[in-house]
Design a protein around this ligand. Structure first.
Ligand SMILES: Nc1ncnc2c1ncn2[C@@H]1O[C@H](COP(=O)(O)OP(=O)(O)OP(=O)(O)O)[C@@H](O)[C@H]1O
Ligand SMILES: O=P(O)(O)OC[C@H]1O[C@H](OP(=O)(O)OP(=O)(O)O)[C@H](O)[C@@H]1O
Ligand SMILES: O=C(O)c1cccnc1
Ligand SMILES: [Mg+2]
Length: 560
């Protein structure tokens, strides 16, 4: 498929030159007012009640993996850091807040807000692009209560969709296998312009190869690719409409009439394809000839406008053979309706026949792109049936995450002024893990990740070869000893003392990280049907801490 890009993608030299500039791209929608009103009213009430110097720790985590899967890809971290870096209420923000907030708010509070930055915040996170699991905080934010509270909604909006999208894309990559090209075609169906841009970016991170979204290509240096729409084919009704028919030979410069060449080939190959030229559309032929003249090195045609077998394939092969006469190799076809398994096999068989007949081996390898409401299940089903598709163009299901439209990341206070906080719930799954914690990923003898272990920050980290007790956070009887062959501390400090504290990976590196991280997971955690849950445990110390705090905070009821 790489040849699909020859003509229809951004010039890579151009794109590479933008790299340094991309780094500084800042989404201007992401700003302190992109939050829920209650964060700012709480800020005022905290301020009014003298909590300016309180120090808090919040965890950002999700409770369930999306898409009935057993893993999630963490994404959105770089955007969170850019947000911290730029966090500042402008004069117009303050003016607006003076109107939007209830009357009677003291002027000193607005003065305080106008000086507020994230300089005293420390942010710990797991690496962007890593696999992550329920209840393990993806991000831990520590700092003055007011600012740390004010970050909640924006951090959540930056992480939730990004991680959902990257996970969705990674799942498509898993079912498609590593050799199939995956293109994101979803901008027109995405949840608005910003959703569309994020979809392109995070589907690339998750394992897609490119996007049709041109702005995403420019902003994030993602390969942009594409074919054409049915409108192009239907815009021609006959061969008389062709204004340009001449094509120069790629090497020797001699000119020939591409339409004539294509019509001769069409007559000659109709019997090879077992169809009649009378049934094929001349408007379609004209459209293909004109597209081939515009992109002789990147000829890719949509073949399903009228009838794939009787018209589209015949016309495509005729034009591709005409191009061949003039020294060019066509790229392939796109099929956008009908039975994609059957039609792709039919197309491949046709290409093979032509390849043999004309002694053009490359013809049998022409690219077959399929689109039309593709989702994970369609790909699985196509795999079962057998197909000859090289590339899927996927829009709606990918970008809208139709199978699960939200990842439920939450942001919960776990400590204030060195005192742990716990949020109780009738639903045990919603009880928070109190206190500032560390997380370690322990690997087993076969090299796969075995379990994520949460500990209190003052505990000694687990050690390779040393037995460590891992406990289910809420079920007393569920526990196991683990002797890790490798211990990976999951947190790094990403933001401290008012600046980004790590060299951040490029988008490409995050994309590679996703695949590397997925390889550490056992296959049974990744399978589509009934995957095995990955274990997330707490240390014995943290277990006891949680349960003591739980008892202290749970009121004793009275029966009457
Ligand atoms: N061999 C196949 N196995 C399973 N699903 C398929 C197969 N071929 C196509 N599909 C899927 O079946 C659905 C067909 O949808 P639909 O009936 O709306 O399309 P169509 O009638 O082929 O085309 P259109 O309405 O766009 O002309 C799509 O979601 C497509 O991805
Ligand atoms: O099917 P998706 O996964 O969303 O992929 C993108 C779709 O967008 C285009 O269709 P278009 O918008 O022209 O309309 P259509 O659905 O009628 O083909 C394209 O032909 C794909 O079918
Ligand atoms: O380039 C394409 O083929 C394309 C782009 C967006 C949507 N559907 C198809
Ligand atoms: Mg469609």
């Amino acid at each position: 498929m790489s040849s699909l890009n020859r003509e229809l993608s951004t010039d890579s030299a151009f794109a590479a030159g933008r790299n340094s500039w991309n780094r500084h791209y800042h989404n201007s929608v992401v700003q302190p007012l992109l939050t829920d009103l209650y964060q700012i009213t709480m800020a005022y009430a905290y301020w009014k009640s003298g909590k300016i110097d309180d120090h808090a720790v919040f965890d950002l985590f999700f409770r369930t993996n999306p898409f009935q899967g057993e893993f999630t890809i963490f994404a959105g971290l770089e955007e969170c850091l850019k947000f911290l870096d730029s966090f500042h209420y402008s004069e117009t923000d303050i003016e607006y807040l003076k109107h939007a907030l209830p009357q009677g708010i003291e002027d000193e509070f607005f003065e305080y807000l106008s000086q507020l930055t994230a300089k005293d915040v420390t942010l710990y996170a797991i690496e962007e692009g890593s696999v992550a699991f329920p209840r393990v905080p993806l991000i831990k934010v520590a700092g003055p209560l007011i600012i740390v509270q004010l970050l909640e909604t924006t951090l959540l909006t930056l992480v939730n969709y990004a991680s959902l999208m990257a996970t969705n894309a990674a799942r498509y990559r898993m079912v498609a296998g590593k050799h199939i090209h995956l293109l994101e075609f979803g901008l027109r169906r995405a949840q608005g312009p910003d959703g569309g841009l994020s979809a392109s970016k995070y589907s690339y991170i998750g394992g897609f190869d490119g996007t049709s979204n041109v702005l995403a290509g420019k902003l994030f240096n993602i390969p942009v690719k594409g074919t054409h729409a049915h409108a192009y084919i239907t815009s021609f009704t006959g061969i008389d409409e062709l204004k340009t028919r001449v094509l120069q030979h790629k090497e020797d410069g001699t000119t020939r009439d591409l339409l004539e060449l294509a019509m001769e080939h069409r007559a000659a190959i109709a019997s090879v394809l077992d169809v009649s030229t009378d049934e094929s559309s001349e408007g379609e032929l004209a459209a293909m000839v004109s597209f081939a003249i515009a992109f002789p090195d990147g000829f890719m045609a949509l073949v399903d406008t009228y009838d794939v077998k009787r018209s589209g394939l015949l016309n495509f092969c005729a034009v591709a053979l005409g191009l061949n006469d003039q020294g060019y190799r066509a790229i392939g076809i796109r099929i956008d309706s009908g039975d994609l398994a059957y039609l792709s096999c039919l197309a491949r068989e046709t290409f093979e026949r032509i390849a043999e007949r004309f002694k053009l081996p490359w013809f049998s390898k022409l690219t077959i792109v399929a689109s039309n409401d593709i989702n994970e299940d369609t790909i699985l089903s196509l795999n079962e049936q057998g197909h000859k598709i090289d590339c899927f163009g996927i829009g709606t299901h990918l970008v809208t995450c139709q199978r699960q439209p939200a990842l439920g990341c939450v942001y919960k206070m776990v400590e204030i002024n060195n005192q742990p906080r716990i949020k109780l719930s009738q639903d045990v799954g919603k009880v928070t893990m109190p206190g500032s914690k560390n997380v370690f990923r322990l690997y087993g003898a076969d090299g796969h990740a075995l379990i994520d272990l949460l500990q209190r920050v003052d505990e000694n980290p687990p050690e390779v070869g040393q037995k460590v007790l891992c406990r289910h956070p809420f079920q007393e009887s569920k526990r196991a000893y683990v002797i890790p062959t490798q211990v990976e501390p999951l947190y790094r400090v990403y933001w401290a003392e008012g600046r980004v504290a790590q060299v951040l990976p490029s988008l490409e590196e995050v994309r590679e990280r996703v695949q590397a991280s997925l390889r550490t997971l056992r296959q049974d955690h990744k399978r589509t049907l009934n995957p095995t849950p990955y274990k997330v445990a707490v240390s014995d110390n943290l277990y006891n801490f949680i349960h003591e705090l739980w008892l202290q905070n749970a009121p004793i009821g009275e029966l009457s």
